[in-house]
Design a protein around this ligand. Structure first.
Ligand SMILES: CC(C)(COP(=O)(O)OP(=O)(O)OC[C@H]1O[C@@H](n2cnc3c(N)ncnc32)[C@H](O)[C@@H]1OP(=O)(O)O)[C@@H](O)C(=O)NCCC(=O)NCCS
Length: 149
């Protein structure tokens, strides 16, 4: 059912994968980044891939997965990682990301997953606000090193 803003969120179907990878871009974080190609995207578990539409038009996606014993948080066990969240520029500011995050929170609650993680650049204030409003709190910072030769 559409909300007042016309934004709906649903699990992804095969036919969404082209739109997802087109939005993500073909470069990716690594040469084998699954989101950079619909063929690679076909091969990853799809339960965590959520699609947002505004008035029936593709607007963005969220991807999460469930894991055990995260290397970056000693002692933790079952968790969910919100791995990707992207809204097309023309649909930003309409609460699309908010609806995707709400849907993710309901899914992990239904599965009784006790611990959630998400990471973003410290410069991404829109994302930080979104995650902090959802109840996330910073707990670990990663440093990106760079060296010119
Ligand atoms: C971050 C991103 C997902 C937000 O999507 P969105 O659909 O525009 O976000 P929403 O409309 O749900 O807004 C969420 C909050 O951010 C605020 N916001 C949205 N766009 C904003 C902007 N350009 N400037 C300031 N605040 C903004 C909203 O007002 C809202 O805050 P509120 O709940 O206090 O009102 C989107 O900007 C994006 O795809 N960016 C590129 C990819 C990215 O950075 N992903 C997240 C990193 S992991």
């Amino acid at each position: 059912m559409a909300s007042e803003s016309g934004v709906t969120v649903r699990p992804a179907r095969s036919e969404d994968l082209v739109a997802v990878s087109q939005q993500y871009g073909s470069t990716g974080d690594t040469p084998w980044d699954p989101f950079a190609s619909p063929e690679r995207l076909e091969k990853i578990p799809r339960e965590g891939l959520l699609i947002a539409e505004k008035d029936g038009v593709y607007a963005g996606f969220l991807y999460w997965f469930e894991g055990r014993k995260p290397w970056f948080d000693k002692g933790a066990d079952q968790y969910a990682q919100l791995e990707e969240l992207h809204v097309l520029p023309e649909f930003q500011g309409w609460g699309v990301a908010q609806r995707l995050v709400d849907h993710f929170l309901r899914d992990v609650s239904d599965r009784r997953i006790p611990l959630l993680y998400v990471a973003t650049d410290e410069t991404n204030q829109v994302a930080a606000r979104l995650y902090e409003t959802a109840g996330f709190r910073p707990f670990l910072k990663t440093v990106h090193y760079r060296k010119y030769r």
